[in-house]
Design a binder for this molecule. Structure first.
Ligand SMILES: Nc1ncnc2c1ncn2[C@@H]1O[C@H](COP(=O)(O)O)[C@@H](OP(=O)(O)O)[C@H]1O
Ligand SMILES: [Mg+2]
Length: 328
């Protein structure tokens, strides 16, 4: 299958959602509400999920969507102002939409996984979004446990790594067997991307989360050192880190379980799109024990712990170093 229609619909939907997110950010209405798990959610997370689920419902009415957000909080009468704000932003990018439609679109993203499903992170890196830092809109199509298509919109990522203050906004797209591409959000011809092949020290830069609660920064540091990486890590929120590895800006992304939450299981929407973008750019993605990520078990990667993303060349060395640092 070429997945051409899926690709076009996913790109259009994710770019429209990213436009909504940027509007919210520019108007500085980015205060967060708190979810039951204490993590933050904003008007933009909810609006982005509504926009993407609406587009998927129109093009693929029978498809399942497993998204990060749900509308239960927004349906409470005391949340009427928030609902109106979400609806306002949705309308500004897709035309007419009633608050009830917006609620229903958001809740279309509450499916269980199936043989074919989409998984959506409407704003990956919500904490980065709130900090005016990196975030991504991440959408992937999974069939029989294999990610087939991934779209990552990174509105705050510099188009050129050499010009951090230059134009920002990058779209990464990958289809299984067709390679990965990158293009500025502003337009242009998508360019094929490749991970860095060189395993020289100069080429080796590693990325990790900004949030100390989302990883084990001291062990990540030790592993990076053990594989010969001497430059300090590039800290970045969201699956923009996968984009960084896929486009050769870094050779390694380490995400080891945080000592604060050692039993944490990663969510499928935090990794599906990024995984295919890196794999199709020639890289490799496993958990910290070298096992493939299993996208067929539910919303969590319950069979996996930690995530290691590399240019492939250094992957086994990283896994060896992990075994060694574990036994210290
Ligand atoms: N204890 C934990 N360990 C690892 N990841 C966690 C975590 N708690 C939350 N996360 C996830 O980390 C994601 C952000 O990743 P990063 O730190 O790389 O930017 C969050 O996605 P959201 O921002 O979509 O909620 C959330 O799903
Ligand atoms: Mg996320």
């Amino acid at each position: 299958m070429s997945y051409e229609q899926e690709k076009q619909v996913a790109i259009e939907a994710a770019l429209t959602a990213a436009k909504l997110c940027e509007q919210v950010r520019q108007e500085q209405v980015t205060e967060a509400m708190e979810k039951s798990d204490k993590s933050p959610v904003t008007v933009a997370d909810l609006g982005s999920q509504a926009v993407i689920c609406r587009a998927l419902a129109m093009a693929f009415p029978d498809d399942l969507v497993v998204g990060e957000e749900d509308a239960s909080q927004l349906r409470q009468p005391e949340m009427a102002d928030q609902l109106n704000r979400v609806s306002h932003y949705v309308k500004s990018v897709v035309g007419d939409a009633t608050p009830d439609q917006v609620l229903d679109w958001i809740d279309r993203g509450n499916s269980q996984i199936g043989g074919r499903y989409w998984t959506l992170d409407p704003i990956d890196g919500t904490k980065g979004f709130l900090r005016q830092d990196q975030y991504a809109v991440a959408l992937a199509l999974v069939e029989l446990g294999e990610v087939k298509l991934g779209v990552l919109v990174c509105p705050a990522l510099p188009v050129s790594p050499d010009q951090p203050d230059g134009e920002k906004g990058v779209l990464f797209v990958a289809v299984r067997g067709q390679g990965a591409t990158m293009v500025p959000i502003s337009g242009g011809e998508p360019q094929p991307i490749q991970v860095t092949k060189a395993d020289s020290q100069e080429a080796m830069r590693f990325v990790e989360s900004v949030e100390s609660g989302h990883g084990d920064h001291s062990r990540q540091d030790a592993v990076a050192k053990a594989v010969g990486i001497t430059t300090p890590s590039l800290r970045m929120d969201s699956q923009a880190k996968y984009g960084a590895v896929a486009s050769g800006r870094a050779s390694l992304y380490l995400r080891l379980p945080s000592p604060k939450s050692p039993d944490y299981r990663e969510k499928i929407w935090d990794h599906a799109a990024g995984t295919i973008v890196v794999e199709e750019a020639g890289g490799r993605v496993t958990d910290m024990y070298g096992k493939a990520l299993n996208f067929s078990l539910g919303a969590k990667l319950s069979d996996n712990q930690g995530v290691i993303v590399s240019n492939g060349v250094i992957h086994d060395t990283v896994l060896d170093a992990l075994r060694e640092t574990a036994s210290v």
